[in-house]
Design a protein around this ligand. Structure first.
Ligand SMILES: Nc1nc2c(ncn2[C@@H]2O[C@H](COP(=O)(O)OP(=O)(O)OP(=O)(O)O)[C@@H](O)[C@H]2O)c(=O)[nH]1
Length: 301
């Protein structure tokens, strides 16, 4: 039997950071992991985080209504057929309801080959404290991801005071009294905590809330035809509406040879120099992102 973990969590909470960390630990133990990754947006950005020797299937989808169970089921089938692995990790998009994804894994097609260990939800601790700023639909999704988890990471704890950390754990435990909660930074979860999970059969009966269908999340690819200073770019980011939840990609910055890797999640911007020429574009994910004014577009009018 192959162990299966489902990684869930709101946009930008730290799922890919956790994935990278867990893959490393699995390899150190001599286990062979495989990954299924569903991403919103047309740029296969997160898959770069997975080493080439790890079998990987990805769905790049702009529309969350289409990232449903059938595709996951087909991906699992292909992996079982093509690849040799011991542990399967399924990273859902930050817009997915974890139980819908779990449903696909419980398919009778491979019930005798997969041992479903459980849902691990990464929560951005700061976003948890600021969850009232989310639209009601986005907040419901965030809460559902926590409610159905078997293990919760209260991630980004480096950004909180001791008092805030205690509050986050207390509140998360209140919402999901059955899950084990860990305070983490950069998704660093000990492999032993994952291994000790065993999803209860009762989860199969949970009716998916289908929240994703009502949450009008969309993604937009923004291409740049000029360079910016970091300051002007960050000023644009600061003025964006709160319904822009996530951005990632490559931005041409004045004085830098190649576009810099840029990440944005819940008010935090991260820049990392790139040593290869990556395409100067980012993906923006949120609600109604089509109407958001974009930096640099004034030149094209
Ligand atoms: N300060 C801080 N930043 C973090 C932590 N974990 C992740 N980040 C940053 O948060 C951003 C998003 O992290 P990812 O791991 O890509 O999040 P994700 O959930 O995979 O994102 P999506 O797949 O786009 O939903 C990146 O810029 C990370 O470097 C943490 O514990 N502390």
């Amino acid at each position: 039997m192959k162990d299966v973990y489902l990684f869930s969590g709101f946009l930008g909470s730290g799922k890919t950071s956790m994935l990278v960390n867990v893959l490393r630990q699995l390899k150190e133990e001599g286990l062979k992991p495989a990954v299924i990754m569903n991403e919103l947006g047309e740029i296969p950005f997160d898959s770069q985080a997975v080493d080439e020797d790890v079998p990987l299937k990805e769905i790049l989808d702009g529309c969350i209504c289409c990232t449903g169970g059938e595709k996951t089921e087909a991906q699992i089938q292909t992996l079982l057929y093509e690849a040799d692995f011991d542990v399967l990790i399924i990273e859902t998009t930050g817009a997915a309801h974890p139980v819908e994804a779990l449903d696909a894994v419980y398919s009778p097609l491979f019930a005798d080959q997969l041992n479903i260990k459980g849902i691990v939800t990464v929560a951005d601790s700061r976003r948890w404290l600021g969850r009232d700023q989310l639209s009601p639909q986005a907040r419901s999704l965030f809460l559902e991801q926590i409610r159905h988890a078997h293990l919760i990471l209260a991630n980004k704890s480096d950004l909180l005071t001791e008092e805030e950390k205690a509050r986050v754990v207390f509140e998360l435990q209140g919402l999901n009294p059955n899950a084990f909660i860990l305070q983490t930074t950069h998704g660093r979860v000990p492999l032993a905590s994952l291994k000790s999970l065993q999803a209860t059969k009762g989860d199969k009966e949970i009716q998916p809330a289908q929240i994703g269908r009502h949450l009008h999340l969309n993604s937009r690819v923004i291409e740049f035809n000029r360079s910016f200073t970091q300051e002007e770019f960050e000023e644009w980011v600061r003025e964006l509406p709160a319904t822009v939840y996530r951005m990632k990609g490559f931005v041409p910055i004045e004085g830098m040879q190649y576009p810099m890797l840029f990440q944005y999640a819940y008010g935090l911007v991260q820049w990392i120099p790139e040593y290869m020429k990556m395409p100067p574009k980012i993906v923006m994910i949120g609600e109604n992102v089509q109407s958001v004014p974009v930096i640099g577009e004034e030149n094209r009018l």
